[in-house]
Design a protein. Structure first.
Length: 263
């Protein structure tokens, strides 16, 4: 029987940046696949190239070597139309209301006003932003702004979603709330997700598989299959023995990278 469909294929991916008169290797011969409807998290020490890999998948940065295929087609110069991106810093526009921020991608695609309004209303309800439709970003909390940014990406129904530490700047309570909301949305739509994070707990809570990178230049040290059943309760999950086992097994590999840096 054929295996699951591969949506993203990364083969011997490398990236070197010029830094003054010298070159700095950020990513070195990284290879892994992301399959259809799979949620893959990428973790590793700071500066190991996690975001660089995501930016290369999204065609924001050109590789120095290797290849990326999205649905069998090489990524070259421009993002694939089926790919959406949620950035580390919320990228909502301060001069647009919540409603108009979420509608932005639909406007670019020329979606008729009646259909656009229907989809925006649905997105606002899904994100728990009712009552804030006419609010401007300056009046919202960080977590609410990130919800707006997330829904702006999701409303255009991307088949593949790239997420670059979208909850990294949030407090623990807000982060857990958004974990629960993201899992609910993903379980409803099952996009293919690549999620970059420095938070191992976050990776285990959300992902089907965790790709662990070495310190710079980033190489694949471990690809770990998370065995926790779905659906997952983001609060009670962390009290279970299964979660602690998964955390310990991944930390054994990841912790070695921190130990080597401080040795």
């Amino acid at each position: 029987m054929a295996g699951p469909r591969v949506r993203i294929a990364i083969r011997d991916l490398s990236k070197t940046f010029a830094q003054g008169s010298r070159e700095v290797a950020a990513v070195d011969r990284v290879s892994f696949d992301v399959c259809d409807k799979e949620f893959v998290a990428v973790v590793g020490p700071s500066g190991c190239g996690k975001s660089t890999i995501l930016n290369m998948i999204g065609a924001l940065v050109a590789p120095s070597g290797g290849q990326i295929l999205v649905d069998g087609q090489p990524v070259a110069g421009r993002p694939a139309p089926q790919v959406g991106y949620v950035f580390q810093k919320d990228t909502v526009f301060p001069w647009r209301t919540v409603e108009r921020n979420i509608a932005l991608g639909l406007e670019y695609r020329g979606i008729p006003p009646a259909e656009r309004e229907r989809r925006v209303r649905e997105a606002i309800t899904l994100a728990g932003l009712q009552g804030f439709e006419d609010a401007f970003p300056a009046t919202l909390s960080g977590g609410m702004r990130q919800r707006v940014a997330l829904m702006r990406s999701l409303i255009v129904d991307p088949e593949i979603l790239l997420m670059d530490e979208p909850f990294g700047a949030l407090d623990t309570h807000t982060k857990l709330t958004l974990h629960a909301e993201l899992l609910g949305l993903w379980e409803a739509k099952h996009q293919t997700v690549v999620f970059v994070t420095h938070d191992l707990s976050e990776a285990i809570t959300l992902a089907d598989r965790v790709v662990v990178l070495t310190r710079r230049p980033g190489k694949v040290k471990l690809i770990y299959e998370v065995r926790l059943r779905r659906p997952r309760d983001v609060i009670t999950l962390r009290e279970t023995g299964e979660y602690l086992r998964e955390y310990g097994e991944i930390w054994h590999a990841l912790g070695e990278e921190f130990a080597e840096r401080t040795a």
